[in-house]
Write a protein that binds this ligand. Structure first.
Ligand code: ADP
Ligand code: MG
Length: 300
């Protein structure tokens, strides 16, 4: 894999006033169009890393040091004004609780339009066209009546699709999704996972998919990074993480997986999400052939 396909390359340390070393020279690299799963238990620093990539840690009184190379420039060196134009346009963010991320007092259409106008000066027609196209791409009704709804009139799955629509309105090259399905029931979870796979395929968008659940991301991701105590212990395609985990911690994670949980809610192999994935040769997992028979079918 060459450096030219690198989308994000970072090395970060981060602390909070009463909590030092939350990220400890954490190194991570992502490639264009890649879905990278970031897995770690609660408190391991996942959300801290997501906020640090967006340079938003100061809002939580956190302090970050290091480098964040994104599309050829080091975000640690750019002004706050420039960062405001990067956030939401080149870097999208989806958080865990969709309903609390939406403003209950504003119609969905108004919130989507505000998100669009944050980065584009354009006519009402141009705004509506971009919004309706984006609603279609997240499988929501591209209709005026839908835009007139309030968040209280949406299901939680629809609300998460609206949040995802907002995050991809400007077709960011990297979408950071921090536990985006944790608040959803299992059927809605699997639908949203399929949506991420579809968006990555259709929009060629890199996705940093953060989760505490190794199984739920395995079928979605090209590579999985294992985060523990503020450091990446290993980063490899799912086939290797499941078939030949290198680090003792990863070995324990994989050994603890329930073997019966490898089917999705429709009773399909979860791997069907990956099977439909067309990815660049440069990011395609390439070690499936070396997986021994006894490991979970999810990665075969
Ligand atoms: N605003 C904050 N102030 C102090 N400590 C924090 C703050 N946010 C998170 N932490 C601590 O930093 C560590 C990592 O938190 P976080 O990044 O939220 O982990 P994760 O998202 O993996 O659950 C945890 O020990 C947490 O208690
Ligand atoms: Mg978190």
């Amino acid at each position: 894999m060459t450096r030219t396909t690198s989308l994000l390359s970072l090395c970060l340390s981060a602390d909070y006033p009463d909590r030092p070393n939350v990220l400890r020279t954490l190194a991570l690299e992502m490639y264009s169009g890649e879905i990278l799963g970031l897995i770690g238990q609660s408190g391991s620093g996942k959300s801290t890393l997501a906020l640090a990539i967006l340079r938003l840690l100061h809002l939580h009184k956190g302090n970050q040091r290091g480098e964040i190379w994104f599309q050829g420039r080091n975000l640690m060196g750019v002004s706050e004004r420039e960062m405001r134009s990067v956030r939401g346009r080149e870097l999208g963010l989806v958080l865990q609780s969709p309903l609390s991320a939406l403003n209950p007092a504003l119609r969905i259409g108004t919130q989507l339009e505000e998100a669009w106008r944050a980065h584009v000066k354009g006519s009402d027609d141009a705004a509506r066209k971009a919004i309706l196209e984006t609603l279609l791409s997240v499988s929501l009704p591209a209709e005026r009546s839908f835009l007139r709804r309030y968040s209280s009139q949406l299901s939680v799955g629809q609300a998460q699709r609206v949040i995802i629509a907002m995050a991809i309105l400007h077709r960011p090259s990297l979408l950071i999704a921090d536990e985006p399905t944790s608040a959803l029931d299992t059927i809605t979870q699997s639908e949203i996972l399929r949506l991420f796979a579809q968006l990555s395929r259709e929009l060629r968008m890199g996705i940093l998919y953060i989760s505490h659940d190794l199984l739920s991301v395995a079928a979605l991701c090209h590579r999985i990074a294992i985060l523990h105590a503020g450091q990446i212990l290993e980063c490899a395609p799912p086939a290797q993480i499941f078939g030949a985990p290198q680090h003792v911690y990863t070995q324990k994670l994989v050994a603890a997986l329930p073997r019966g949980a490898l089917l999705d809610s429709d009773g399909d192999k979860v791997s069907s999400v990956v099977a439909s994935h067309e990815v660049e040769e440069s990011v395609k997992p390439s070690v499936e052939s070396s997986i021994p028979d006894q490991i979970p079918s999810i990665v075969r």
